[in-house]
Design a protein around this ligand. Structure first.
Ligand SMILES: *Cc1c(COP(=O)(O)O)cnc(C)c1O
Length: 340
């Protein structure tokens, strides 16, 4: 496939074994470091942006408009990519799309973490009130029309970069992994807008590797969205479509809701930090790693397991509370247990 491509990521990203986690779990656990894609603190979105920004540039765009939650890692990486190519970047955001009643003490900070970096890259962030995802998409379209009225040739990117091109980037990432390591029984990754899991599911079709997405959203219908995105990807790459059953999404680790830290996720963040010196995030990868730990313990997954790290650590700096959760007295010990 010869698609226009911007140069944004340092690929291949590293892969290595998690020796202490493997010893702890009694399984062979590896990690794919897409937290180290290299653009503006990294993350899975940089892979997608190589094709999305490549397409925008080849269409002659002068501005890019997208949308997301205020702590969007996608908008941060997009802002950096737009800076590199001299594109104007604007995004409609909400603190918490889709959640109605959340105690203020559980919310992530609205000015720390990612939005601080967005401002540094010059992203025009338009913060709207909390509401349903559909409202957020409508605000993004209004913003795109505003940019057009200003004379900008505006390229629209859906939330999280989950277009067929975004999924294609992860279809290729699957091949990257196959060149790096012997086959895995399981790949566990955080899932939200879906192009990461969809691309990987296509990439590992008929390979014996089971791709399991851990949802950050409490909506079981998202497997249908991934299936539909997969139909578009199959048309792009010219392979038969994967059936719905091939999109294995576990919604059991969301905790209190999208964009809200969970106790189990926070324990997993602390666990990996203290056992391996690796940072996860409270919205996506922490919950996904909590799932890996829990499902392995329950014997639901096993053998050779790969955790596909999707990044997100800047959100750690927006954690609620005056004291971060890892400073609690009982956790100051150097003895590492997940249950503590
Ligand atoms: C966006 C994101 C995900 C989810 O990836 P999708 O392709 O949107 O499903 C997971 N982890 C992190 C850190 C992210 O920023």
């Amino acid at each position: 496939m010869n698609l226009p491509r911007a140069s944004l990521a340092f690929l291949p990203t590293p892969i290595h074994r998690l020796d202490r986690v493997s010893e702890h779990l009694g399984h062979d656990v590896w990690i794919k470091r897409d937290d180290l894609t290299g653009l503006a603190l990294g993350g899975n979105k940089t892979r997608k942006l190589e094709y999305l920004v490549g397409d925008a540039l080849s269409s002659g765009a002068t501005a890019i408009v997208t949308c997301g939650a205020i702590q969007s890692n996608f908008i941060r990486q997009l802002g950096a990519a737009c800076a590199r190519y001299g594109l104007r970047c604007a995004a409609a955001v909400m603190d918490l799309p889709y959640e109605d009643e959340v105690p203020t003490g559980q919310r992530l900070g609205a000015s720390e973490g990612n939005p601080k970096l967005d401002a540094l890259f010059g992203v025009d962030l338009r913060v709207g009130p909390d509401g349903p995802w559909e409202e957020l998409y409508r605000q993004a379209e209004d913003l795109a029309q505003e940019m057009e009225a200003l004379g900008e040739k505006t390229y629209r990117i859906p939330i999280g970069g989950s277009s067929p091109l975004g999924a294609f980037a992860f279809y290729e990432a699957a091949q990257e992994l196959q060149r790096q390591a012997a086959p895995f029984d399981w790949i566990v990754t955080a899932s939200s807008s879906g192009s990461t899991q969809t691309g990987l599911a296509y990439g590992f079709r008929e390979s014996g590797t089971h791709v399991l997405g851990i949802s950050s959203d409490p909506e079981p219908e998202i497997a249908h969205d991934f299936h539909r995105l997969g139909l578009e990807l199959s048309a792009l790459i010219g392979v038969p479509p994967l059936p719905l059953e091939q999109f294995d999404v576990d919604c059991g680790f969301v905790g209190p809701g999208y964009g809200l830290p969970s106790d189990e996720g926070n324990r997993a963040i602390r666990f990996l930090a203290r056992l391996e010196g690796i940072l996860l995030d409270p919205v996506y990868s922490g919950k996904a790693f909590a799932a890996l730990l829990s499902l392995t313990r329950d014997g639901k997954i096993g053998g050779r397991i790969l955790f596909w790290h999707t990044g997100g650590a800047p959100t750690l700096f927006a954690m609620p509370g005056t004291q971060p959760f890892w400073f609690e007295k009982e956790h100051r010990t150097s003895t590492v247990t997940y249950e503590d």
